[in-house]
Design a protein around this ligand. Structure first.
Ligand code: PMP
Length: 440
């Protein structure tokens, strides 16, 4: 394994890699919520394959078989223009049935960033086709995560993603997130939703209501640290946008397919989106795949005239669709959205002792997604520096064999939705013990 690690170091640039990170863990196998490294060390995966994507867990033969059967029958033939394939038809019908409202049109992609790019192009084109070509601005939110490409990366509200690689996508404006732990510093003594709605309205007025195409937001912010908005937030955002003819894009790349306990979290938050972006859990990571769901009226409008001149070589991949269908079968059969809710309750109980750890500012749990917000001081709420958070997760892994994920100043938990009570307890214990000892 040392040789593998050395070769990895010599040849691979990892996403978000910095020279300061010297750890290298080469994962070679997985089963359920467990993975093994090249030395045979067993690790409990509390991150769902690292990036919230493993819903049905690792090593599912059923998904491997679905992929193999489809590869043998037809690996891929383009779905451009007049061509299509049976698997994507079946999947599109299934997605239309699961999704809220009249989001019955589906555009397939190879992942989340592509889904977001597709959504913003579709939103701008929709307005252009309706003789409102000035509607070009897209509103997103600080702390939102929407991808790493130029469009999706510009919408993303983490400054490091945009530093040194500009110019970024023009006509993107960011507003504040619903971040209740930091309500006092962000909103003063105003009601959070009142503040956020006023800010949104002012932003729209400044840009010119006739110049705004869409707002994009995650129903519950994932990468930003599992930020659940107040119950009246999305309904009031929707009202403002409706008043100005602005589309709402729900970025459900993390939340769709059960992560927070619902097939589509936007439905639960009364968001009523016009477009939904998905990826990750749609195949549980067994295939790089995504889908964008659009309202009938939007889908019908963008294919008029010149058509929707957009698409990727692997848009509508039948192997991805076959895997997604088998994945959805497992999730329905095993009621994984239901288990996500149980995981949330187990985490709330298991992580409760963190209330006594002075470096833990806040613990937020939303189904099978959790964030532990680390601070240097509970009074000032000063965020802990990333290298220190990274160091804590490295200790949790080294001392207890549990993988959690450091992101900004949060420790993120997003286990496979199949995780059982004992595994959640083991994860919680490891975290509580390491954080308690480190804070002494
Ligand atoms: N949107 C959200 C909400 C995400 O969390 C992510 C990935 N973390 C993306 C979009 C981008 O997806 P991908 O990394 O598959 O391009």
């Amino acid at each position: 394994s040392t040789e593998l690690e050395d070769l990895d170091r010599r040849h691979i640039i990892h996403p978000l890699q910095s020279a300061a990170i010297s750890d290298r863990v080469v994962i070679v196998r997985g089963k359920g919520s467990t993975v093994w490294d090249a030395d045979g060390n067993e690790l409990l995966d509390a991150t769902g394959g690292g990036l919230w994507h493993s819903h049905v867990g690792h090593g599912r033969r059923e998904l491997a078989e679905a992929a193999a059967q489809q590869m043998e029958r037809l690996e891929y033939f383009t779905s451009y223009q007049e061509f299509g394939n049976d698997r994507t038809v079946e999947l599109a019908v299934r997605l239309a049935g699961l999704s809220p409202g009249d989001l019955n049109k589906v555009f397939f992609t190879s992942g989340g960033s592509e889904s977001v790019e597709t959504a913003i192009k579709a939103a701008r084109l929709y307005h252009a086709r309706r003789d409102e070509p000035d509607r070009t601005w897209i509103i997103s939110r600080y702390y939102g995560y929407h991808g790493a490409n130029y469009g999706s990366g510009t919408l993303t509200g983490f400054p490091p993603m945009q530093l040194g690689v500009g110019p970024n996508l023009p006509h993107v404006e960011k507003v504040s997130p619903p971040y209740l732990y930091r309500a006092a510093e962000m909103y003063g003594d105003k009601d959070p939703t009142d503040f956020l709605i006023d800010e949104l309205e002012q932003t729209i007025q400044r840009l010119g209501p006739g110049n705004v195409a869409a707002m994009i937001g995650e129903p519950v912010m994932g990468g930003g640290g599992v930020l659940t908005p107040p119950a009246d937030y999305w309904p009031r955002v929707r009202q403002v946008l409706d008043r100005h003819g602005i589309l709402l894009i729900a970025d459900e790349v993390i939340t769709a397919f059960g992560r927070t306990g619902a097939w589509f979290d936007s439905a639960r938050r009364l968001m009523e989106p016009d477009i939904i972006t998905t990826a990750k859990g749609i195949t549980s990571g067994y295939f790089s795949f995504g889908a964008v769901l659009l309202r009938d009226g939007i889908g019908d409008t963008i294919i008029q005239d010149m058509g929707f001149f957009h698409g990727y070589t692997f848009s509508g991949h039948p192997v991805g669709a076959a895997v997604a269908l088998a994945n959805l079968d497992i999730m329905e059969r095993e009621d994984l959205p239901g288990n996500a809710l149980a995981i949330g309750e187990w985490f709330k109980a298991g992580l409760a002792p963190l209330a006594d750890v002075p470096t833990v500012g806040d613990v937020r749990v939303e189904g099978a997604a959790a964030a532990i917000e680390m601070v240097t001081d509970r009074g000032t709420r000063e965020p802990m520096a990333f290298p220190d958070v990274f160091g804590l997760t490295a200790r949790i892994r080294a001392e207890y064999g549990v993988i959690s994920r450091p992101y900004a100043h949060n420790i993120i938990l997003s286990p496979p939705l199949v995780m059982n009570e004992e595994e959640v307890r083991r994860t919680s214990t490891a975290i509580v013990e390491v954080l308690s000892r480190a804070a002494r």
